[in-house]
Ligand binder design. Structure first.
Ligand SMILES: NC(=O)c1ccc[n+]([C@@H]2O[C@H](COP(=O)([O-])OP(=O)(O)OC[C@H]3O[C@@H](n4cnc5c(N)ncnc54)[C@H](OP(=O)(O)O)[C@@H]3O)[C@@H](O)[C@H]2O)c1
Ligand SMILES: [Zn+2]
Length: 418
């Protein structure tokens, strides 16, 4: 079969036949801004692959906050990072290996896969025996690299692939990896502060992408996840996926940057409120029992509280600053109580693969909330940007023509039947 110029969305050509062009949602520098403006549908070239790369036909993708950041061009424009004039966002995908580079040994055309987003050099000492997340060349695919998941085809390094759990639909498989592997590294990747049975972990944004994965990993480890949420509905949802309890943050008023410790009156009022929040934790854990790990990502609004409520010798592990990067905390409580403040960023293949096995054996569910058509990609990001999205992970159909299809065979049968 000769390669067609372009395939319509949902039309799957013969295995391994690569069209010249593809449909994609494209961000350009001149349109950085809210998702509904920055994302526009275009027809672009299908990417060429290098010897160590794989071309994946994207069946479904996931929504992540980095897609919001990429559109906004804040705190930086991805285009300034990778220097191509346009950016295709999307750091989660499920799909089918459609073409492999000459050096690729582990994967073959037709393999059904989930993509993880850690892009590395593959050749340095960190990548070989060290921690690949510390590679000098480390980048997040679909954010710092130009070809992400919101297109019919994407270009990934061979080491970015893991096996797709067979029982999941394309859209279930496409929506969880980024947040799951990030949560896995936050909870297991920073010894000796690793998750152990019977620990207490405070999970900010329990109903969000990261939070929902953290709650399930904590439950699977035999520990207690205490979810923080902003509505009762979200709290109840966290209980359904395994949280021990939840706290509604809207009942407290200790958010934002730490007041100056020299201004005794506002500082004391603040401290009293943080202690009230701490007592709400004790009502769950028992008097005097503070969280062993605080799973942090809102940043500026919550970090002072996280650093305060963490137990002596415990760890605040953070992977983001969604509400702002100017993190503040009362240093005295951190040094005297010998707490660890630990930054964490995505995950290695080893961690992504381990996390994926917890999905394969059914211990962790993708928590897919809602499935959006390809044309609704900007809308899904707009909901996330406004914190109006449903609990769990939103999925996006790319080449999958309908929901519920799990593999290429079922997808082809669906096409014949309809
Ligand atoms: N470094 C990495 O590798 C990495 C990986 C994944 C994600 N991230 C980052 O982590 C952040 C969260 O990602 P996500 O996918 O979990 O997003 P998400 O699904 O939107 O969840 C974030 C949660 O944060 C909570 N939140 C919002 N404003 C808050 C505030 N002012 N105070 C406390 N909580 C607040 C919300 O819950 P409530 O309103 O119910 O409290 C929301 O559910 C994003 O900035 C993302 O870019 C980083
Ligand atoms: Zn490297």
């Amino acid at each position: 079969m000769t390669a067609p110029e372009l395939c319509e969305l949902g039309h799957i050509p013969e295995l391994g036949v690569v069209p010249k062009k593809m449909h994609a949602w494209v961000i350009r520098k001149e349109r950085h801004g809210p998702p509904l403006e920055s994302y526009q549908r275009e027809i672009v070239d299908v990417p060429e692959i290098a010897p160590d790369e794989v071309l994946v036909m994207v069946m479904a993708a996931g929504v992540n906050y980095n897609g919001v950041w990429a559109g906004l061009g804040h705190p930086l424009s991805p285009i300034d990072v990778h220097k191509r004039v346009y950016h295709i966002a999307g750091s989660d995908a499920s799909g089918i290996v459609w073409k492999v580079g000459s050096a690729v040994k582990r994967w073959k055309v037709g393999d059904e896969v989930v993509v993880h987003c850690n892009h590395t050099c593959g050749q340095c000492h960190r990548c070989n025996g060290g921690d690949p997340m510390l590679c000098q060349e480390q980048k997040i695919w679909g954010y710092e690299t130009p070809d992400g998941a919101f297109a019919q085809f994407t270009r990934v390094q061979a080491q970015q692939l893991v096996v797709k759990p067979k029982h999941l639909s394309w859209e279930q498989a496409g929506c969880y990896m980024l947040v799951l592997a990030t949560a896995f590294r936050m909870l297991y990747g920073h010894p000796p502060h690793t998750l152990q049975p019977a620990m207490n972990v405070l999970v900010w944004g329990g109903s969000g992408g990261l939070g929902s994965m953290a709650i399930q990993l904590i439950k699977a480890a035999g520990s207690n996840a205490i979810a923080v949420v902003s509505t009762e509905e979200r709290g109840k949802w966290c209980m359904e996926i395994g949280a021990r309890a939840y706290i509604n943050r809207t009942k407290f008023n200790c958010w934002g940057q730490l007041p100056s410790t020299k201004d005794r009156v506002p500082y004391s009022a603040y401290l009293k409120e943080v202690q009230r929040f701490g007592k709400a934790i004790w009502e769950i854990t028992g008097k005097g029992i503070d969280p062993d790990i605080v799973f942090e990502h809102p940043g500026e609004q919550t970090f002072p509280v996280s650093a305060y409520v963490c137990r002596r010798g415990g760890m605040v592990v953070f992977c983001a600053g969604t509400t702002g990067f100017n993190l503040t905390f009362d240093a005295a409580y951190v040094w005297m109580r010998q707490k660890r403040l630990q930054g964490s960023h995505f995950a290695t293949l080893m961690q992504a693969d381990a996390a994926n096995h917890s999905v394969m054996d059914g211990r962790v569910l993708p928590c897919m909330s809602e499935v959006f058509e390809f044309d609704a990609i900007p809308k899904a990001h707009d909901l996330m940007w406004k914190n109006q999205h449903p609990s769990g992970n939103m999925a996006l159909l790319v080449n999958a023509p309908a929901t519920g299809l799990r593999n290429l065979e079922e997808t082809r049968q669906f096409a014949v039947a309809s």
